[in-house]
Design a protein around this ligand. Structure first.
Ligand code: HEC
Length: 272
């Protein structure tokens, strides 16, 4: 079993190398288009009843706004967040803006929230602000080009990409945003049907590990997670079969920033 696990880890390490060799960084979805600061009363009016995209730009301006009243305006948004009155699509923008201010009350509130989330048993709770409001086009770039993600090596979207994991164009209709987010940050919480991984030891001593992509009474096909190569073996030739965890790298929650994760969720859930 140890050798098999090692085999699997070696395959994952090799994959990481390949991914970083072919990947190029996607341009960061920045706030460069937010424009110069406006009078606080104007920013407040936008946050009150502007469109989501306008509120997002206002929050980006408030992050570095020279007027100290900006802190009070952000504190008021915290109250709205607590009261359930802040749209989820701008949560991330709000937390990012608050974190950039150097204000004790804002810092204390952020710290309090972090502390609460750290205690939560629900792994998803730290990423709730990634569920809505992402940029699908930026998400497509993360999916297709960001080396830390490497999604396209294993997944196909709209006819392009690898076939080691399930086609995400199809998943779009089968999963809601929470499930998509969960499969990115906690891939082992559920395994897509027909994509379970296993390590096999054959009677001739050979070892094979990968995604069991096809299975019948007398044979099964294993897809290598390194090069997508398919190997078919007879059930009768298998000495031992051990289930393996999902080959989805388990660390996306740490490797990708929240903006990239929010964009990915948008892209997978709604397209670009
Ligand atoms: C090493 C190959 C590999 C990489 C890289 C990879 N995946 Fe996967 N992914 C899989 C496999 C295999 C499955 C099916 C097993 C499972 O459900 O975990 C899967 C499942 C999924 C699912 C569906 C889970 C379910 O329960 O139905 C989603 C959504 C997903 N991946 C998204 C992504 C995204 C987004 C990325 C990039 C950030 C990514 N994957 C990177 C191999 C990969």
């Amino acid at each position: 079993m140890k050798t098999l696990t090692r085999l699997h880890s070696a395959a994952l390490a090799a994959l990481a190398l390949i991914t970083s060799a072919v990947g190029q960084s996607a341009p960061a979805a920045g706030n460069t288009d937010a424009g110069p600061p406006r009078p606080i009363a104007e920013e407040a009016a936008v946050l009150e009843k502007g469109r989501i995209s306008a509120r997002r730009r206002a929050l980006a301006r408030l992050a570095t706004h020279p007027d100290p009243e900006a802190d009070k305006l952000l504190l008021a948004q915290f109250d709205r967040y607590r009261a359930g009155d802040l749209p989820p699509a701008i949560w991330l923008d709000f937390f990012e803006a608050a974190a950039k201010r150097n204000h004790p009350a804002l810092k204390a509130m952020l710290a309090e929230r972090e502390e609460m989330l750290a205690k939560s048993r629900d792994a998803l709770s730290r990423f709730r602000e990634c569920l809505e409001g992402g940029d699908g086009e930026a998400g497509r770039l993360v999916f297709a080009t960001k080396a830390e993600a490497g999604c396209i090596r294993c997944h196909t979207v709209s006819g392009e990409g690898g076939k080691i994991g399930p086609d995400l164009t199809w998943l779009r209709n089968a999963m809601d945003r929470t499930q998509i987010l969960e499969s990115i940050i906690a891939p082992n919480s559920s395994i897509a049907t027909g994509f379970a991984s296993a390590a096999l030891t054959l009677k001739n001593g050979e070892s094979i590990a990968g995604v069991v992509s096809h299975e019948s009474a007398d044979e099964l096909t294993v897809t290598s997670i390194v090069d997508g190569k398919k190997t078919t073996v007879k059930t009768a030739d298998i000495a031992q079969r051990t289930p393996l965890p999902s080959p989805m790298p388990p660390h996306f929650g740490a490797a990708l920033d929240k903006r990239a994760i929010r964009d990915l969720v948008e892209f997978i859930a709604a397209g670009d």
